[in-house]
Ligand binder design. Sequence first.
Ligand code: ARG
Length: 461
Amino acid sequence: MAHLWSGRFAGDPDAELFAFGSSFRFDKRLFEDDVRGSVAWAAGLARAGVLSPADATAIDGGLRALLDRAAADPAFVSEKHGDEDVHAFVERELVALVGDAGRRLHTGRSRNEQVAVDLRLYLKRRVPEIQRAIAGLVRALVDLADRADGALMPSYTHLRRAQPVLVAHFLLSHCAALRRDAARLDAVLNEADELPLGSGAIAGTAYAIDVHALAAALGFSRVARNSMDVSGDRDFVASFLHAASLGMVHLSRIAEDFILFTSEEFGFFELDDRAATGSSLMPQKKNPDPLELVRGKSGRVIGHLTGWLASMKGLAAGYNKDLQEDKEALFDGEDTWIACLRATASVIAGLTPNAAVTTRAASGLLLATDVADYLVSKGLPFRDAHEVVGALVRRLLAEKRSFEDLTAAEWRTHSPLFGDDVSEAVTALASVEKKRTPQSTHPDAVAAALAETKAWLGSRR
Ligand code: ARG
């Protein structure tokens, strides 16, 4: 078959090498973007007087007919014609439909800028879908926070009990990270929001294309600064993969928390049967497979980022075929991220908080900071209070007891500042209620944060 560049060659390319270099099996995802880019390009050529009105009309009609055909029959965008890539596919189908006019479409344009415009358009339409999936997970966490209904749990540092918090506070901590992921995607969208067309293969185009009108027609807010840069720039793909990697790191940490907290050892939440799997051998097992897979798949997306950075780093200025590797990394990163967001949301929607267990785990020696704060409230310097309570903890550990077991007299053997009010000051609820800052786990602060998160969800609809 004839390729977009066959004229220069005496014979056909080696079939295996051609197949090795072809990208259509994965870049056919860009079909709709490629056609949209071409519709705008044809209009630009017509405005510049390069295309006759009749040719421009024929091309425009033909391209729109291709879009309609693909919409009606997804199998239309198929590999059966042996096209090298999506750009070759669209041009061949267009010429088949409208004849010679179609052969004028590529005037002044290169696939180097076409693939860049396609990918940017693709991200602009797909990123909002990922952001919706992020919001879906935030919603699942917020619903769980509502169901937890004021329950307390221990927080952990070094995976050792730290201080009591509201279960909702823990859940909102993950929402905070997810909201950063959504914001990071806004930054990726901004980076992608630049028109590459007019750059030609590398040096610009010899036709008087109004690139600003073209940018407006395609929904780009600005035009690229430098045609050589455009030819070899896939930074926006790296930025997307970075956003995806960090997003997957967050999902992995959410998964890890719930793998731990649904285990027999913690028992803080119960996993719904529909979100678990059994063992082929051990009849008692209820495994959190979906969460483990989310944690595992984070490695794969991080791999796409590091792999892509490595692919870019040695490239000479301008387009190099290495850049074709961007698409499989981007598409798989996107698919994996969305699938993991949805799976995680589904698992979390099925969790039942076990308030009795979490509340019990939230009292005991993790109230030590509150005991120290009590002494501070009586005038003792914090460093001294820390020492007094440290000694008290050492004693209680040796005696296998906790603060609530101490008599007033026993308290006072550690410091005369301990009054009768110490026992009510040293409870998990008193601990959270003593917190004062808006980002704290004080129940009022958590209620406000929950309301603010719901408002954010409302604003993302
Ligand atoms: N399939 C190619 C890619 O993805 C399109 C650009 C081809 N450009 C070229 N000079 N061969 O990068």
